[in-house]
Design a protein around this ligand. Structure first.
Ligand code: DP6
Length: 334
């Protein structure tokens, strides 16, 4: 027999960033963070986990290619869920697994991202959240999503926030064993219905410095990171929670931009410096608003304009209700 569970988990985008660990193994952060979970229809991971007495080892395939499960992060998640596994009885399929059997059984995992892996779009967030959630269902673990978030956190910090929809806060916690470092939902996905998130994919290339290495270097070398974690984020987190609660777009935008700017400033303050934004992020696109609600986007030439158009069409497909039929670049329409 084979028992299978499939789960789908969207990625999340931080508006107050997590950057820096105080414990590298347990993945405990130096500050709280807040994120918004995207619509599962767009950027998500789909993971199928299977168990069968005929499997002789744990194996995993990512986007169709087998990857090694030997890394500590996968092992930590598997171990933590196995420790919480319960009896499973599926009469229809004639499957009966006792709690004690889970130690001897192996799992196969197949995971797909519908967006570029490791290009700065938090693929590890969706990936580990989905893995932990699917394994918990497979093994009939009874933990709630906050408790599962503390396990997903041990796969990748940002993953703990993808266990919930809407706006989510990752409480950094104080305990040394990490038991209070978990995610809680601030408001659900219906709370701020009008908010639109546009992701312009300016590059789908693998980023050069992984978050893990980058934040380790920042913790070791950036004084700005220490100031940020102690003085800035605690206050900003409270203000962001208020802005979200009140659907106050002005404050939300100001806080999100300030936090993103400071995160990239910490990267520049790191030795050696880390550059996450490329030329396109900085220079090829600009925007302005006239005395009206329409955004005017500028691209520095036709090629860049066409690229921008393709990105916008990706965000607003023809059947969406956004009226974006004509794009004007300088005095030329395309
Ligand atoms: C910039 O969660 O990918 O996206 O915990 O080492 O796996 P690890 O790092 P990761 O870092 C995410 C950093 C960030 C900010 C954020 O999502 O809060």
């Amino acid at each position: 027999w084979v028992r299978m569970v499939t789960a789908q988990t969207p990625t999340n985008i931080a508006v107050i960033k997590y950057w820096g660990k105080r414990d590298e193994t347990l993945i405990l952060p130096v500050n709280d963070s807040i994120s918004v979970t995207l619509d599962p229809a767009h950027l998500c991971t789909t993971t199928t986990v299977a168990v069968s007495p005929s499997f002789d080892q744990d194996r995993m395939w990512l986007n169709g290619k087998e990857i090694s499960l030997s890394g500590g992060r996968y092992q930590n998640c598997l171990r933590e869920i196995r420790a919480r596994a319960c009896d499973v009885q599926d009469e229809e399929k004639g499957i009966k697994i006792a709690k004690k059997d889970w130690e001897k059984l192996h799992v196969h995992v197949a995971s797909y991202n519908n967006f570029p892996t490791a290009a700065g779009l938090a693929s590890s967030a969706a990936g580990f959240a989905c893995l932990v959630f699917a394994l918990a269902k497979l093994m009939n673990a009874k933990e709630d999503n906050s408790e599962l978030s503390a396990i997903a956190r041990q796969g990748s910090g940002s993953a703990c926030r993808s266990l919930f929809g809407g706006f989510v806060k990752w409480n950094m916690g104080k305990a040394e064993d990490g038991s209070d470092s978990l995610a809680v939902q601030l408001v659900d996905e219906k709370h701020w219905d009008e908010l639109v998130i546009i992701i312009a994919v300016v590059s789908s290339r693998q980023k050069e410095t992984s978050s893990t290495t980058g934040m380790r270097d920042s913790v070791e070398t950036s004084l700005l990171l220490q100031h940020r974690a102690k003085e800035v984020v605690p206050k900003r987190t409270k203000q962001m929670e208020e802005a979200i609660k009140n659907r106050d777009f002005g404050s939300f935008a100001q806080l999100a931009c300030a936090d993103s700017n400071q995160f990239h400033a910490v990267c520049l303050d790191t030795c050696p410096p880390i550059f996450y934004m490329n030329d396109t992020s900085h220079r090829q696109v600009a925007y302005t608003f006239d005395a009206g609600p329409n955004a005017v986007l500028f691209a520095h030439n036709r090629k860049a304009a066409t690229q921008l158009l393709q990105k916008l069409l990706f965000c607003f497909p023809p059947n969406s209700d956004a009226d974006l039929n004509s794009y004007v670049i300088g005095d030329k329409s395309i």
